[in-house]
Structure formats: structure tokens, C-alpha cells
Design a protein around this ligand. Sequence first.
Ligand SMILES: Nc1nc2c(ncn2[C@@H]2O[C@H](COP(=O)(O)OP(=O)(O)OP(=O)(O)O)[C@@H](O)[C@H]2O)c(=O)[nH]1
Ligand SMILES: [Zn+2]
Length: 293
Amino acid sequence: MAQGQIRKALSGYYYVEQDGELIQCRGRGVFRNRGEAPLVGDIVDYTKDGESDGYVMKIHPRKNELVRPPIANIDQAILVFSVKEPDFNTVLLDRFLVVLESFHIDPIICLTKTDLLAPGEQAALEAYIEDYRAIGYEVITTYKEDASLLERLQPFLEEKTTVLAGQSGVGKSTLLNTLLPDLQLKTGVISQSLGRGKHTTRHVELIEVCGGLLADTPGFSSFDFDTIEKEELTSCFPEFQRIAEGCKFRGCLHIKEPKCAVKAALETGEIKAYRYEHYEQFLQEILDRKPRY
Ligand SMILES: Nc1nc2c(ncn2[C@@H]2O[C@H](COP(=O)(O)OP(=O)(O)OP(=O)(O)O)[C@@H](O)[C@H]2O)c(=O)[nH]1
Ligand SMILES: [Zn+2]
């Protein structure tokens, strides 16, 4: 049986890529019975029925899956944050980072609208960029119609499946248009002028760009910690994770426990105070969460 990846889902068909061509496949009924549905990004076994048609027979185990956009097996997310309009906000950034870490999706922080920064605001932003790079995150800056963006992103996109994420208005659609110029027609502004408005049900597609795949639909604007357990939160702060091995107690939450290496690193400044404050805040949210059963 042939194996391929679903690149697009539309009107009950799954388009499985094979040697640069898309095979239009139906899902088998068994999926529905099992409450299982193929997703864009799935690696599947399929059988051909004719030249360009076929059936999806089996879904391979997923590395992860997102609800919005509905995609499986995502390697990384370009986390889009504007430096202005809306203002750069590290609490929100850390929320997104934590959720991405919990899904095992590598974040690339992309700071947009740098053209709106006043000269006096540059230094503060630079300091944050340095902090996040020191943690190990890639940070790139950009602005509308940034001609060098694709070239700078190329090494990150190669051989990876990437989605764009970020809150409303930060410039995700603008960025997608820079990366995928052929998609111009699909931006919010233009689809509204065609009278389709916001409620158009978009299909999701993985598009080949720079030797990798990019989801043509931005998403992931939700940032609750519903699926994160308190013991897991440390591992969603990479700089804590490394240091926490030195904590006296296994399962140390780095709050009141004695001989806590994370608290010690906070004292020396190795861990940034604002990152620790966000950790405390998120931990509290998880502790306050109502039991689900
Ligand atoms: N000055 C400036 N404005 C920008 C830049 N990028 C985007 N914008 C503007 O910011 C606004 C929001 O941009 P979008 O690309 O629609 O943002 P989005 O993240 O897709 O927003 P949603 O569709 O609500 O999720 C638009 O008016 C853009 O023209 C930039 O680099 N500089
Ligand atoms: Zn600790």
C-alpha cells in the first residue's frame, strides 16, 4: 500500500501528496465509526482507485495535532507578535510559548511592525530579544513588505511543517502574504470586499515553501492551560528545565520548597524576574483550575 501525506482537506476529500501530485481520496467509513478523522498533515496509507483517486486506509500515529487550524504533525510555529499595535506583551508571549512547548511545537518568535517603533523604544525591545535568544528561542524581526524575510526564514522552514500563530491584528495575514505571494486573494480584507465576510469556511492547506510546508491558515490564538499539569509547567520554560535538575526535591514546583535551584537562579539573575513571575501566575491558574471530572 502506498504511503503519503494529506496536504489538503476539502468537501469530504483528502488530498494525498505523491510525487508532486495530489491524489483525491475518500476516507473509509471505518474512520467515522471509530470517531477518528484524517487531518491535514497526517501520514496515511492509501490505495489508488484509478489515476488520481483513492481511499485513505490508515492514519499513522501523530506527533501532535491542533484544532485551529486542524493540522497534525506540526514541527514548529512562527509565533507572530507585533512590537506595537497591539503593544509587545511578554505575559502573552510566554503564554503562547508555554502552550506551544506543551504540544512539542518549536516556536520561532517573529516580531512584526518594527517600523512603528519610536527611536527611544528600540533599546527596551533589544533587551527582550536578547533575553529570549539566551533562553534558546529564535527571534526574528520584520515589517510589512520586508523583502528579506523569506530569505531569512528559509533555513528555518526547510524540511519542517510550520504554522503561524498569534493574537488578532499582529500581522499574521500580512506575513503569510509576504511568504506566499500567490495567496493574496485569501486575506481577510479582500475576501470581505468579495462579500464573503469573516464566516467563510476556509479549507486548510499545507503549501510547499523553501523546501518545507507552511499552513496557509493562521491560527492558534487560544492560550489556556487546560491540558497542562502543574508538574509539566517547568518543562515549558526551557531555562527552568535545565536548572531544575539541581532542585533538592523531585517534582519541585519552585515556589516554597527548600534548596530550589530555580529560586537560586532567580536570585543571581540567571532566570529573569518577569519570566519567573509569569511562571508563578500560570502555575496558580493551573492550581485554580476546576477538576475536569
Ligand atoms: N505599520 C505596520 N502595519 C502592519 C504591519 N504588518 C501588518 N500591519 C497592519 O496591521 C493590521 C493587521 O494585520 P493582519 O495581517 O490583518 O493581522 P492578523 O494577525 O492577520 O489579524 P487577524 O486576521 O485579526 O488574526 C493591518 O492593518 C496591517 O496592514 C507592519 O509591519 N507594519
Ligand atoms: Zn525548584
